[in-house]
Ligand binder design. Structure first.
Ligand code: PMP
Length: 428
């Protein structure tokens, strides 16, 4: 059955990949959460601007002026993708990890004690939204409860207790959608709880921004971080968007050319605004690519995007749970509107073997492991890892059907070949 067509065309959809039996089949890319294939519209825009680029912010030549204009226009479009407020900054970074590291260096110290600012996170987070806080701030990691309501209660209690005890949190950093389960806390409730005690909210939007219409202005979220390569653009560029005061006061993320107003051998005065954190020659093509993706995603009816992924995800969950010995991973029992990420195990098979089997015998790309979310996998009892299938705007329903049929065949008949994995490639 292929009654679900892709919502937008992506490149690479007809790529053939080899199977162990010598056949070639179209690649079923069910690893969109790791890196999403570029939209055709993005590839076309990149091809158009590639001949035009020259030094950004650093040249008087015509192409330098064009590149600078393209870069600054892309910045505005990237800000619009997350509905930035007028006075928010949009900083072009390398990816979500880069964005969150940048922000971690800008959390102000506690004004009363001079100690590093306190940051509250949950154990459901990707390491990118855990380790920067652990390293650069005073971080507390809450172990989530099995329901959204109970987790929100714990979050509120922790925030209120800390405020009452005179050591308030400066920031709550949460995922917009888990890269393991697709689930999230309702962002409005997190913002309300944080703002009630004077804390800000940073959202790890890596899995949310490409898959839902997200608005900084309407949600009240203070900062959002996301990656171009998960937003249907190529690698190398991402963004941090949010309130300018912390960013303007923070230590420049990179020290170097472009971030400075004046340099003397004895002292330096730094720019404010995005330039403060963007030293070095910027990735103009990367920024333009995200902007092209933003234009294409922004032109979609958000309901179409949501329904497409919800339909495919529901098929995945229902289909997988109907297979004997398959267990679907859930962080919460009552999460609402998860994005198109489903993680599962097949009892009796190592997750690495399941992923290798899906690739080698069926041409299906998934991810296995612990998904840079060790605390969550550990708490849920999946220390040995799991298998993740994820979908996006370019995923047809037939890819989901192929995965379900392949897992059914594995449970019924076992793998048909023996695998050794050499340098990451299967060999029989
Ligand atoms: N957060 C989440 C929820 C993610 O899924 C990822 C990527 N797996 C990241 C952060 C890190 O993104 P990047 O590797 O692009 O920095």
């Amino acid at each position: 059955v292929d009654d679900v067509a892709p919502v937008l065309p992506v490149v690479g959809g007809s790529t053939l990949v080899p199977l162990v039996d010598g056949r070639q089949v179209p690649y079923a890319n069910l690893d969109v959460a790791a890196s999403a294939p570029a939209l055709v519209a993005v590839a076309e825009r990149v091809e158009r601007v590639l001949p035009l680029y020259a030094s950004v912010h650093r040249g008087a030549g015509y192409l330098s002026q064009v590149s600078t204009a393209l870069y600054e226009q892309a910045r505005r479009t990237v800000g619009r993708l997350v509905d930035a407020r007028d006075d928010d900054l949009t900083i072009i970074t390398r990816n979500t990890t880069d964005s969150l590291n940048l922000l971690a260096g800008c959390v102000p110290a506690d004004p009363a004690t001079g100690e590093p600012g306190r940051v509250l996170v949950l154990d459901v987070e990707h390491h990118a939204n855990l380790l920067p806080w652990q390293r650069d701030t005073e971080a507390t990691v809450l172990t989530g409860a099995r329901s959204v309501a109970a987790t929100l209660d714990e979050l509120r209690t922790e925030l209120e207790d800390a405020a009452r005890s005179g050591a308030p949190y400066a920031l709550v950093a949460v995922t917009g959608a888990s890269n393991v389960t697709g689930e999230a806390l309702p962002v409005g409730a997190v913002v309300e709880a944080a703002h009630a005690v004077g804390a800000r909210v940073a959202l790890d939007g890596a899995q949310l921004v490409p898959h839902r219409r997200f608005s900084l202005a309407r949600s009240g979220v203070d900062y959002v971080a996301f990656s171009g390569h998960k937003t249907y653009a190529p690698y190398g560029a991402g963004a941090l968007v949010g309130r300018r005061d912390w960013l303007d006061a923070g230590t420049p993320y990179l020290a170097g050319g472009g971030a400075v107003r004046r340099v003397r051998v004895t002292d330096t005065s730094w720019h404010e605004g995005p330039a403060r954190h963007e030293a070095g020659s910027p990735n103009v093509i990367g920024a333009v690519a995200i902007a092209a993706a933003a234009d294409a995603l922004g032109a979609l009816d958000p309901g179409v995007l949501q329904r497409h992924e919800a339909t495919l995800r529901a098929r995945l969950v229902t289909g997988l749970e109907a297979i004997e010995r398959v267990r679907v991973v859930r962080a919460w029992d009552d999460a609402v509107d998860p994005v198109g990420v489903v993680t599962f195990t097949v009892v009796g098979y190592d997750p690495g073997l399941v992923a290798t089997y899906l690739s080698a015998e069926h041409g299906i790309g998934v991810r296995d492991g612990r998904f840079c979310a060790h605390p969550l996998l550990g708490r849920l009892g999946f220390d040995a890892g799991a298998v993740r299938a994820s979908v996006g705007v370019g995923t047809p329903g037939s890819d989901v059907e192929r995965l379900l049929a392949a897992v059914r065949a594995l449970v019924a008949d076992g793998p048909q070949a023996r695998y050794d994995v050499v340098d990451g490639l299967w060999v029989v």
